[in-house]
Design a protein around this ligand. Sequence first.
Ligand code: 13P
Length: 255
Amino acid sequence: MNNSKRKTVIAGNWKMNMTPNEGVAFVNELKSLVKDKNNCEIVICVPDVDIPTVSEALKGSNIKLGAQNAHWELKGAFTGETSVNMLKEYNVGYVIIGHSERRQFFGEINNSVNMRLKTIIESGLKAIVCVGELITERELGITTEIVSLQTKVALHDITAEQMKNVIIAYEPVWAIGTGKTATADEADRVNGIIRNVISDLYGENTAESTTIQYGGSMNAANAVELLSKVNVDGGLIGGASLKALDFTAIVDAAQ
Ligand code: 13P
């Protein structure tokens, strides 16, 4: 990470874990563990149904609240979806979009990620845009092409000014929930490729000030090495974000 140029963001993605009550109990523990840690932004992205109780529990803390998806329209006949205005009423500040699980199981495509991103940014929220290659794509030697394509389409029509509210998370799909982390050098290399794409689109300044996280089996043991890399500006953490001590250790690694 390069703290002089960009903000380090450690974000937990609970995925479909924790009921509203479990979420509150967890947050009450986490709040006191991280209360003095101010060198990075700390975010937890929770299931929609947890948002009201967790939002209340987070009041007055240094932990920001995130959602795991948001629709591109502000309202209407979109069964099962959530609008940005619904999220904003509960002080949600961040929204993950384009997660590989959304792409794999729910038909998310690069164009719909771009549509969601525009609405999220226009509504004043920050977005965490996930990109990453499948194992078959890595084996074919097309990781650069895949992450570049995903990044370019997601950012279509997003301005340099709006990029201030965009975080990219490089999450190689083969590393998610598998215990197989990309090596720190490889995470740094691919994050650097994404930074080059941003540089081509917006110029060097925007590229250097954009936070690019790594995600995929990040844990208390490997976070220090991953976060020591110049292009790794934080983490998007699944499994280890469900354990308050492990998540705190990753926050510590970013200090
Ligand atoms: P794991 O940390 O469980 O591999 O999940 C990563 C992830 O998908 C975060 O969005």
